[in-house]
Structures are given as structure tokens and as C-alpha cells.
Design a protein around this ligand. Structure first.
Ligand SMILES: Cc1ncc(COP(=O)(O)OP(=O)(O)O)c(N)n1
Ligand SMILES: Cc1nc(C(=O)O)sc1CCOP(=O)(O)O
Ligand SMILES: [Mg+2]
Length: 216
């Protein structure tokens, strides 16, 4: 296996669905299946928040979600938990600035996809030097989903990173909805990551379709 190409990574980032069981009142496997039917291009299992699953329960949910992704040709990414990613043979891992040494995580996961959160030029450059395949940048809008999110940077912050010479795949995150997703596209991100825009939608399939349509 080889590292993913930047072109392929950009395709996968278009509508990047992130969720864990605390984000959804309906069973997450059902929501993921519906979101995939609407066209989401990548999935991250982020089991965080109130009453989140742990240990074998978390592993069992992750295993089921990974199968849904595999059956539908969507890469399955695990948030934070590198051990679980390896146990489940996930397609990749996403880590933030406080989730461990990125270069060491790259060593551990081999050629799997590695996403790293970055909030400024210096963090972006370091993440790439350490082996990131894509950067997660946010929050681009206010979000209620992540209590410890950084200050809102706005969607145009990604265009600023581009001007500073960061041309790798970047996905915007935080507070993205059907109503503001067009600003993510004009802000020069390669994709949008969403939690509540899909998990709290009346119909996750329609929500995913509407987000995908913004790219067309
Ligand atoms: C695609 C993407 N971008 C950013 C994040 C946030 O990661 P992090 O800062 O480590 O925060 P947690 O998600 O771990 O709470 C992400 N998960 N995915
Ligand atoms: C997981 C996460 N990371 C963020 C960051 O800024 O790094 S914002 C965020 C929450 C995204 O959820 P929603 O789409 O519901 O706003
Ligand atoms: Mg993290």
C-alpha cells in the first residue's frame, strides 16, 4: 500500500461526515447508512461527549460502522484513538494538537490516511512535516457540538492559508450547514466536515445530498 494521493484525498474530503453515538438520537449505523445514500464521501468515528461508549462497546460500534463504510466504498477514519484504529484495521486516523506526537502516530499507522487539526500556519507546516495527508481547519463557524473548540476562524481563513503556501488537502469544520456551505467552497477548502448538519437533520440522506450539491 502507498500513501493516498492528494487528488484522491481531495475527492474524499468533499462531504466528510463525523459522528459518534452521543451525536444522534437514532442508531448511528442507521444514520450513517442514510448519510451514505445521500453521498457522503468519508466517515470519521468520533465517540466523544455525554455517555460516550468505551472499551468493548465502543469497539463493537466501530466495527459495525466500519463494515457499513467498507460495503459502500467509503474510507473509515477513527478520531483520536490510534489503538482502536489499528484494532479495527481502519483506513485512517484523525488527531488534534493535543492527541499525541503526530510523527510517532504516522509511524504506527503506516500508509493509512492521517488527518491533523491545524489552527494556524505554524501548526499546518508542522503537521505536514510530521506526515499529515490532510488538515482539518476550524471552527469556521460557531458550533455547539465541540465545547472546547478554538475561536471561530471563518471560512476565508483557509484562503489565507493557501496564500501563505499551504496547498495540501484541507477540510473545513465547525458549524457548517446547508445555509453557509457555499462560503466554505468560496473560502478555498477542499471539503466540509459536518456532525449536526447530518445527525440532527430530519432526513440525513437529504441533508447529505444538499451539502454535496454545493460542490456542483
Ligand atoms: C476533520 C476534522 N477536523 C478537526 C477535528 C477536531 O480534532 P481535535 O481538535 O482533535 O478535536 P476532537 O475532535 O478530538 O474533539 C476533527 N475531529 N476532524
Ligand atoms: C469536531 C469538531 N472539531 C472542530 C474544530 O474546530 O476543530 S469543530 C467540531 C464540531 C463540528 O460539529 P458541527 O458540524 O455540529 O458544528
Ligand atoms: Mg482529537
Amino acid at each position: 500500500m502507498a500513501r493516498i494521493s492528494s487528488d484522491k484525498m481531495r475527492d474524499y474530503l468533499k462531504v466528510y461526515f463525523i459522528a459518534g453515538s452521543p451525536n444522534s438520537t437514532n442508531p448511528l449505523p442507521q444514520v450513517l447508512q442514510q448519510a451514505i445514500e445521500g453521498g457522503v464521501t468519508l466517515f470519521q468515528f468520533r465517540e466523544k461527549g455525554k455517555d460516550h461508549l468505551q472499551g468493548k462497546d465502543k469497539e463493537a460500534l466501530g466495527k459495525g460502522l466500519k463494515k457499513i463504510c467498507k460495503d459502500n466504498n467509503i474510507p473509515f477514519i477513527v478520531n483520536d484513538d490510534v489503538d482502536l484504529a489499528i484494532t479495527l484495521d481502519a483506513d485512517g486516523v484523525h488527531v488534534g494538537q493535543d492527541d499525541g506526537n503526530v510523527a510517532a502516530i504516522r509511524e504506527r499507522i503506516g500508509d493509512r490516511i492521517l488527518g491533523v487539526s491545524a489552527h494556524n500556519y505554524e501548526e499546518a507546516v508542522q503537521a505536514l512535516a510530521d506526515g499529515a495527508d490532510y488538515l482539518g481547519v476550524g471552527p469556521v463557524f460557531p458550533t455547539d457540538t465541540k465545547a472546547d473548540a478554538e475561536d471561530v476562524c471563518g471560512p476565508d481563513f483557509i484562503a489565507e492559508l493557501r496564500e501563505q503556501g499551504i496547498h495540501v488537502p484541507i477540510v473545513a469544520i465547525g458549524g457548517i450547514t446547508e445555509s453557509n456551505a457555499d462560503q466554505v467552497v468560496s473560502g478555498k477548502a477542499d471539503g466540509m466536515s459536518v456532525i449536526s448538519a447530518i445527525t440532527k437533520a430530519e432526513d440525513p440522506t437529504v441533508a447529505a445530498k444538499n451539502l454535496l450539491r454545493v460542490w456542483k
